[in-house]
Design a protein around this ligand. Structure first.
Ligand SMILES: *[C@@H]1O[C@H](CO)[C@@H](O)[C@H](O)[C@H]1NC(C)=O
Ligand SMILES: *[C@@H]1O[C@H](CO)[C@@H](O)[C@H](O)[C@H]1NC(C)=O
Ligand SMILES: *[C@@H]1O[C@H](CO)[C@@H](O)[C@H](O)[C@H]1NC(C)=O
Ligand SMILES: *[C@@H]1O[C@H](CO)[C@@H](O)[C@H](O)[C@H]1NC(C)=O
Ligand SMILES: *[C@@H]1O[C@H](CO)[C@@H](O)[C@H](O)[C@H]1NC(C)=O
Ligand SMILES: *[C@@H]1O[C@H](CO)[C@@H](O)[C@H](O)[C@H]1NC(C)=O
Ligand SMILES: *[C@@H]1O[C@H](CO)[C@@H](O)[C@H](O)[C@H]1NC(C)=O
Ligand SMILES: *[C@@H]1O[C@H](CO)[C@@H](O)[C@H](O)[C@H]1NC(C)=O
Ligand SMILES: *[C@@H]1O[C@H](CO)[C@@H](O)[C@H](O)[C@H]1NC(C)=O
Ligand SMILES: *[C@@H]1O[C@H](CO)[C@@H](O)[C@H](O)[C@H]1NC(C)=O
Ligand SMILES: *[C@@H]1O[C@H](CO)[C@@H](O)[C@H](O)[C@H]1NC(C)=O
Ligand SMILES: *[C@@H]1O[C@H](CO)[C@@H](O)[C@H](O)[C@H]1NC(C)=O
Ligand SMILES: [Cu+2]
Length: 575
């Protein structure tokens, strides 16, 4: 068994010093040494950026209320920054991590200490690089246990197992996105999906790189699922076993059973798996494959792992390899009705202990179109670009393709030097109405800019995110930093501002940090802007982020001392 598997199966291999913090929780210290490492997959070894030479990276474990302190030291030629995906970062925006949004990158030879507390959250999240496409290899689980002595709102599992999906590129992902941005076309697709870094037996040369979950009969396992893939939503299923969903994006949900789940990039979920009561005399494949509705190319392969029952102790040692192997059926790659049904079942637990504090009134309504478009080809040598009709692919919110500044937005704001960095005039709705999900308009060109929405502290916000069919309808997983939001409604076609709000769920909607905008439809979210700072919002399909499907919110300080952004740490990187 390889070290990677050992690391993933055995309890916390990370050296985590624990000391008592002032705020009642413990302080957990980690060191992330960003280093190059040779990793072999699909019969091919490549040198890639890793944390501590591990792939996937180390597991971070904390309890609700703990302070987490991670020293990141950059020993690779690339610039780096790390995002603690789903952590609210109350007043600690300096530790959020998206490059050129809350911080300048940590340059070669530099280090930066991320320092934050985990407040009011418990469940599975993850961490990943947040610069260019480095998150393809730089990611790992972030597990928040309940406070000491506080039980889960479901039966205590026998064991807990992280299952983190990734996307493996045999080439260099940095070269792939750089090439795509040059040519204007779609980037090369990945060569495999992975479970805990392993592609599994359905790929050539990968049988030995298979994730195996060894289980005992008659036990309950808590699977902590994370979709860290770059560009595809994934279905997941285990042959002949049903799964109980108990948590999503570190929020407890009303438990429900399903054979298959869907996870967009950026989403996480906890599942209970009850193993069969007796040794079943068989092994079972677990598999994940893509859900895709867009027109572009994508990786249409399937990653699999094995659920392996331990042999009864008395049985003679015939090899488990001879046992029959059952395979799960995943939905068709474009099965939107499955996705709609599945997502409609995810409801907040909404109990007195774990309430759903849905904003009942809205101070500011926003309507954002989400989708792809084009920009003109800028090749000096007159060769046409490889996007639609010789253009370049672009992507936008309200037709504004976000231009990354060359200094960090939060620093510019805090130091009162925002003038030449960003404009506070991001539009509340599209400048022009069109039939968003009908026949595409003739002009597919996006405009661009570095624009923010400015919100006073404690503004109650509603955002309708409307997919466009400009270059084909497509599901986009939108991720918001700094907040959880409530998903109060969704539907297909154009959002109807008169009729649709009547059906909003303001009682027990799911609260999360990443939501799939339905392909050819819309989703409505609400959140309370109670966290001062600059907060990125973007599509978690990395290619769409690269094309500009991103924007940011600036939440101003409140009046009280505890409603203000804390000062920046002394070691905050400079641009
Ligand atoms: C982390 O932040 C806390 C609160 O601001 C501070 O007391 C502590 O010294 C910081 N730790 C490190 C290692 O920077
Ligand atoms: C992308 O794929 C094409 C065709 O297979 C190949 O020629 C090219 O080198 C690849 N680009 C990168 C950056 O790997
Ligand atoms: C495995 O290799 C064979 C022969 O090169 C090729 O035809 C096939 O497409 C490969 N399969 C996968 C899943 O990559
Ligand atoms: C994707 O793969 C599945 C089976 O593995 C196949 O049925 C389907 O046609 C493929 N779809 C595309 C668009 O290649
Ligand atoms: C899904 O893809 C199949 C095969 O390509 C096609 O026949 C079907 O119409 C598609 N379904 C939807 C809902 O787009
Ligand atoms: C949900 O699934 C049921 C069957 O399980 C199906 O009859 C129904 O059409 C689905 N709903 C949607 C909105 O796709
Ligand atoms: C034209 O420009 C593109 C992108 O800059 C480059 O890839 C291509 O090689 C150039 N072609 C010629 C003939 O110089
Ligand atoms: C590309 O050009 C064709 C023919 O002029 C047109 O039908 C199509 O809509 C154009 N596509 C885009 C994305 O502009
Ligand atoms: C938008 O276009 C679709 C498809 O052509 C059509 O069914 C729908 O009625 C149109 N909606 C509006 C509001 O015009
Ligand atoms: C879009 O292009 C078509 C075909 O060239 C033309 O008939 C139509 O009037 C154009 N629509 C608009 C709104 O310009
Ligand atoms: C933004 O748009 C302007 C005007 O169309 C264009 O000149 C510029 O190149 C664009 N900038 C970026 C970064 O796309
Ligand atoms: C790293 O970031 C700095 C600051 O933004 C920038 O000047 C430099 O060009 C970047 N280096 C690389 C290798 O991307
Ligand atoms: Cu997207």
């Amino acid at each position: 068994m390889s070290c990677e598997i050992l690391i993933l199966l055995l309890a916390f291999c990370i050296i985590s010093e624990v000391a008592l913090a002032q705020d009642g929780g413990d302080t957990r210290h980690y060191k992330f040494d960003i280093q190059m490492k040779n990793v072999r997959r699909l019969c091919h070894t490549k040198s890639m950026v890793t944390v501590n030479g591990k792939f996937p990276g180390p597991r971070i474990v904390a309890r609700e209320g703990d302070r987490v302190v991670i020293q990141v030291v950059n020993n690779v030629p690339n610039n780096i920054s790390i995002h603690w995906h789903g952590i609210r970062q109350l007043r600690s925006g300096w530790a959020d991590g998206p490059a050129y949004v809350t911080q300048c990158p940590i340059q070669t030879g530099q280090s930066y200490v991320y320092n934050f507390t985990v407040i009011g959250q418990r469940g599975t999240l993850f961490w990943h690089a947040h610069i260019s496409w480095l998150r393809s290899t730089v990611y790992g689980p972030l597990i928040i246990l309940p406070k000491k002595g506080v039980p889960y709102p479901f039966a205590k599992p026998y064991k807990e197992v992280p299952i983190i999906f990734g996307e493996w590129f045999s080439g260099d992902p940095e070269a792939i996105i750089s090439q795509a941005l040059q040519t204007g076309g779609g980037p090369n697709v990945s060569d495999a999906y992975t479970i805990n870094g392993l592609p599994g037996p359905l790929y050539n040369c990968s049988t030995k790189d298979t994730f195996k979950l060894k289980v005992k009969p008659g036990k309950t396992y808590l699977l902590r699922l994370i979709n860290a893939a770059l560009n595809e939503d994934l279905f997941f299923s285990i042959a002949n076993h049903s799964l109980t969903v108990v948590e999503a994006d570190a929020i407890y949900v009303k438990p429900f059973k399903t054979d298959t789940i869907l996870l967009t990039p950026g989403q996480t979920t906890n599942l209970l798996l009850e193993t069969k009561s007796q040794f079943p005399g068989a092994n079972f494949l677990m598999a994940a494959g893509p859900y895709v509705t867009g027109l572009g190319t994508f990786d249409n392969s399937t990653v699999s792992g094995i659920l392996e029952y331990e042999l009864p102790s008395k049985s003679n040692h015939h090899s488990t390899k001879k046992l029959p192997l059952f395979k799960p059926n995943l939905p068709a790659i474009n099965d939107t009705s499955f996705v709609t049904n599945f997502t409609s079942k995810i409801r907040s637990l909404a109990t007195p202990q774990f309430p759903a504090n849905v904003p009942q009134n809205v101070d500011k309504h926003f309507f954002f179109t989400i989708g792809l478009g084009t920009t003109p080809c800028d090749h000096q040598n007159k060769t046409s670009c490889q996007g639609p009709n010789g253009t370049k692919f672009s992507a936008s919110v309200n037709n504004i393709s976000f231009v990354q500044p060359n200094t960090a937005l939060l620093q510019a704001h805090y130091s009162g030097q925002s003038n030449r960095v960003y404009r506070p005039d991001f539009p509340m709705s599209p400048l022009q109405w069109f039939n968003y999900t009908g026949t595409p308009p003739n002009n597919t060109m996006t405009s661009n800019g570095t624009k923010l929405v400015v919100l006073p502290f404690n503004t109650s916000v509603e955002v309708i995110m409307q997919d466009t069919s400009i270059l084909g309808a497509e599901s986009h997983p939108l991720h918001l930093h700094g907040f959880n939001f409530f998903v109060v409604g969704q539907g297909f076609g154009n959002f109807d501002a008169k009729q649709d709000p009547k059906n909003f769920n303001l009682v027990d909607p799911i609260e999360r940090n990443t939501v799939g905008v339905p392909s050819g439809g819309w989703v409505a979210i609400r959140f309370l802007a109670d966290n001062p700072g600059v907060w990125f919002m973007h599509c978690h399909l990395e290619v769409h982020t690269s094309w500009g499907l991103k924007m940011a919110w600036l939440v101003l300080d409140g009046k009280l001392p505890n409603q203000k952004l804390l000062p920046p740490p002394a070691d905050l990187p400079k641009c």
